[in-house]
Design a protein around this ligand. Structure first.
Ligand code: 3PG
Length: 215
């Protein structure tokens, strides 16, 4: 499967991709099971904590229904470590041609972030037509994505940054949005409290959000 088809298929599983910050790897499996139980199978674990790589490995080993990716991947060492830990896709806050080429060479689907038409064109030139739009709210939100759809109708986005359950439907109604990323579906304090029931309830709400265009 071509890399772009692979990332589209991963993002099409559910309308929301939880963006997880996991401080204690012991919590990872419980969080992932709670999210999958609520209908969210595609998960992004940000490499912002020392526990992140162990969390990814634990989820890969114990929650086969989840598709787990690494987020906040900004350099080659992180990319390699994330793939070694079992990451099934890679999310980056920005676009780096070198990083994306390295990811493609490793055979892992890449979801780089863009915030401008120029960054988008650089990604397109590298064959990537499925992109994170980051930071979504700060970079122009729904209006910016609408504007980008005209010159770039073939590009699909996963907007992330400042999007919560209330704002998500506006994004999901756009024809160029496959899914949205959000951290608030698995709040850090609920993870710390091992309140997996609360996380499943939030996931259910997120999974039930309608997407505007049939794909
Ligand atoms: C991130 O990388 O932190 C994402 O942008 C999550 O954004 P959010 O916390 O605003 O959902």
């Amino acid at each position: 499967m071509r890399m772009t088809s692979a990332i589209r298929s991963i993002l099409s599983r559910a309308p929301v991709v939880p963006v997880l910050t996991i401080d204690d790897a012991e919590r990872a499996v419980g969080v992932a099971q709670a999210l999958v139980a609520g209908g969210l199978a595609t998960l992004e674990v940000t490499l912002r904590t020392p526990a992140a790589l162990r969390a990814i490995r634990a989820i890969r080993d114990a929650v086969p229904a989840a598709i787990v990716g690494a987020g906040t991947v900004i350099d080659h060492d992180q990319l390699q470590a994330a793939v070694t830990a079992g990451s099934q896709f890679i999310v980056s806050p920005g676009y780096s041609a070198a990083l994306c080429a390295a990811g493609v060479a490793l055979g892992v689907p890449m979801l780089p972030g863009v915030a401008t038409a120029s960054e988008l064109m650089a990604a397109l030139a590298a064959g990537l037509d499925t992109l994170k739009f980051f930071p979504a709210e700060q970079a122009g939100g729904v209006a910016m994505l609408r504007a980008l759809a005209a010159p770039f109708p073939a590009v699909q986005f996963c907007p992330t940054g400042g999007i919560d359950l209330e704002r998500a439907p506006q994004y999901l109604g756009l024809p160029n949005v496959l899914a949205v990323g959000m951290s608030s579906v698995a709040p850090v304090d609920r993870i710390a409290a091992a309140d997996f029931e609360a996380i499943t309830l939030l996931a259910r709400r997120a999974a039930a959000l309608p997407r505007g265009v049939a794909r």
